[in-house]
Design a protein around this ligand. Sequence first.
Ligand code: SF4
Length: 424
Amino acid sequence: MMLPFRSDRQTRVEAERCLQCYDAPCTAACPAQIDVPGFIAMIRSGNLTGAAETVKTANALANVCGKICPEEIFCQSVCTRSKQDTPIAIRELHFYATLHESRHGYSTPRFFSRNGRSVAVVGAGPAGLACAFELAKLGYQVDLFDRRLPGGVPRYSIPSFRLSEEELNCDITFLSRYFQFQKAVIDEVRFREIENSHDAVFIAVGLTMDKPLPIPGAQLQGVIPVLSFLESAREGADASAPGKRVIVVGGGNVSLDAAATAKRLGSDEVVLMYRRGEKEMRVWSGELKEARQQGVQIQFFTTPIEIFGRNRVQGVKCRRTRLSDERDATGRPLPLDVDGSEFDLEADAVIPAIGQVPGANFLRLFERTLQGYLKVNDSFATSRGHVFAGGDVVGGEGTIVQSVGHGKKAAHCIHRYLSGEMDP
Ligand code: SF4
């Protein structure tokens, strides 16, 4: 990972390396479809505000993505410049421009002419915010609802050492000029009211419930659901280490964040336990490297079979695993237990991070997939007339920028539907 740029001169030197490719593979690889050569050309000419505006117009969470987007799998992974030497530091240029603008004053808000229709967006995380912003640009009156402050995963689950409050609030401050936000708990009754008072609804409530570990002892004191752990760690200065010896179970970015956070909060020993190998992990390589450097130990090919202790956690009984030839729904090889390989690990806290599922109760009104996600068609339409959905609630854990991409695409589907061009 590159060090962030510190001056306009540094950014301009980097921007000069861009080849301004005609086919812009970087833009094609960006789920939010940012005009990458366009904003880099503006940085070259010293127009940082224009660069920030170009990025923000395409990506509602511009500043957040500039800080934490995994460029290694999106724009930078396909940058033509890497055929000559190294890819352009697209994310860092993007972040420099958007943060510069937020610190030096936003440009005058652009108000889009209204078309007389209204859309409700339920869920103010990345997909909801992106959809709301895109619909506002298309002329809709947008009412955004969430039981908590806007931001979703970036506000509540991403550790503050990766994304600060200030960096998130830059985006929220910019966006809040374009729609009405209401803090509200949405149950079935309230959902029906919202549905009846708007021309369309977009649901982006994300995944709010942790999957429990299906093993004995998972109810013991000291077993901490990962979402509440990350949220309380983000909340502030008085967050304390979850324990001296902590075991985090899982192989995704959320488990890696939890392990790195526990270490930073002062836990002496943090073990990340994963039932497959490093190749099968769903994490960004930079973050894995960082976590190792911080001292997080990783036990691959290991699965917990029991959490033991009197009233509270004292350790975890584990078993070794190996990979079979069979694949699961994600295409990864299924792990098999290795008989007779059981062993114990001492621990005083266990953080299961094996995935999340949708939690909002009004989702009972909809058809769901076998995994519990909301069922949508290619146009993001749900089983209920004029209700659309996108983001993690329809497909599991994606990246922030993928959720932004969903929100944008869904907004255009809603627009086509309300313009009579599409039957969902
Ligand atoms: Fe510039 Fe790389 Fe995009 Fe080409 S692919 S326009 S070099 S950032």
